[in-house]
Design a binder for this molecule. Sequence first.
Ligand code: ATP
Length: 348
Amino acid sequence: MSLCLDIALRRGAFELSVQGTLPERGVTILFGESGAGKSSLLRAVAGLEPCQGRIEFDGERWQGRAGTLLAHRRPVGLMLQKPALFPHLDVIGNLRYAARRAPVSAERWEEVLELLSLAPLLSRRVQGLSGGEASRVALGRALLSAPRLLLLDEPLAALDQARRQTLMAVIGQVAKTIPVLYVSHHLDEVLTLGEHLWWLRDGALAAQGEVNDVLAGPGSPLAEHRDAAVVLRTRHLRYEPEHHLLVLALGASEMRVPASGPGGDTPRLRVAARDVSLTLSPASDSSVLNILPAIVDDVRTLPEGQCLVRLRCEQQWLLARLSSYSRDRLRLAPGSRVHAQIKAAALV
Ligand SMILES: Nc1ncnc2c1ncn2[C@@H]1O[C@H](COP(=O)(O)OP(=O)(O)OP(=O)(O)O)[C@@H](O)[C@H]1O
C-alpha cells in the first residue's frame, strides 16, 4: 500500500470528498474538469490544505485523529501549478534547499541537472526565469528532495512540445520506483504517461483504476469525446527496415506500426476509437495492416447517430466509434464476434 486517503474539505460552496488508494508505483493521473478539485486534493495530500479525515502513506499516519504531520515532514516532492521558487535564492540555491532533507549523491545531482537541462540556469535569479525554465527548476527541486511520493500539478503546462516529451519520459522513469500523482486535464498526458487514472468530478472520484478500465469503462469521462482512446500494451517483436515498420505482439496477434527505427521499450500504443473500424469476417483483401479478432462487450449510443463499441481484444479493451447505421447493419450486440481494423498510419 502506498497512499491511502479518506478526506473531506469545504471551501465556500465547494466540497471535496475523496476515498482512494494509490498504487505503489507508476503515474496516477488525477484528471477532471477545471474546478473539479484536483489542486485542492493534491495540496491536501501535501499538507498545505487543511482537511478532515485520514491520510496514510506506507503505513505512516500523516493525518488522523491523533493529529497532522506538518507539510515539511511529509516525504513528498511537490510541484505546484505556479512553481513556488524562493525569490531570495538563485536557481542553485533553490535546488540545494530541496536536497537538504536527504543527502543526494553527486551522480543523482548531475543526472537531474542533465535530464532537465538545468546547468545553464544555475546562477540565474529566479525572477528572470521564463515560465518553462521555472517549471524545470521546480521539477528539479521536487526530484532532488529524495521524495517517496511525487505530487505534480500540471507540471508541463508552461513547456513547448519537445520539452513536454522529454519531461514526460523523465517522470515516467521516476515513476518506476515511486508513486506519482499527476494533475492534468490533457488527454495526451493521460495516454502517454498514465498507468492509473483517478477521475475527479465535482469534488468526488467518479472512477478510479487502471487507465484503460476507466477510459473504456461504463462511466468513461471521454466516451462522447471525439478523442476517446485506449492504450494497448504490446511487446516488441522485430523491426522490418524495408517497410519502416515495427512489429509488435498483442497477445497472440501481431500489429504493425510505422517507425523510423527499432526502438526499445515496451511500446504503449494509443488507439483512438475513431481510427477503429469493424468487420464480421477478417478481410483478406484490405489495405489495413492491423486486423484483430475481438468480441463486442458493450455498445453505447452517442448523440448524432454515433455509437461507441467497447471490445475485448487479446485480453485488453479497445474502443471503436461507428455510426449507429453500421451498428444496425452489422447487428452488433454484446457477444458479437468481429474483427477490428486499425490503419497503421493512425498509430504513428
Ligand atoms: N479558498 C477558497 N474559497 C472558496 N472556493 C475555493 C477556495 N479554494 C478553492 N475553491 C474552489 O474550489 C473548487 C476546486 O478548486 P481547485 O483549484 O481544486 O480545482 P481544479 O480541479 O484544480 O481546477 P483547475 O483545473 O482549474 O486548476 C473551485 O470551484 C474553486 O473555485
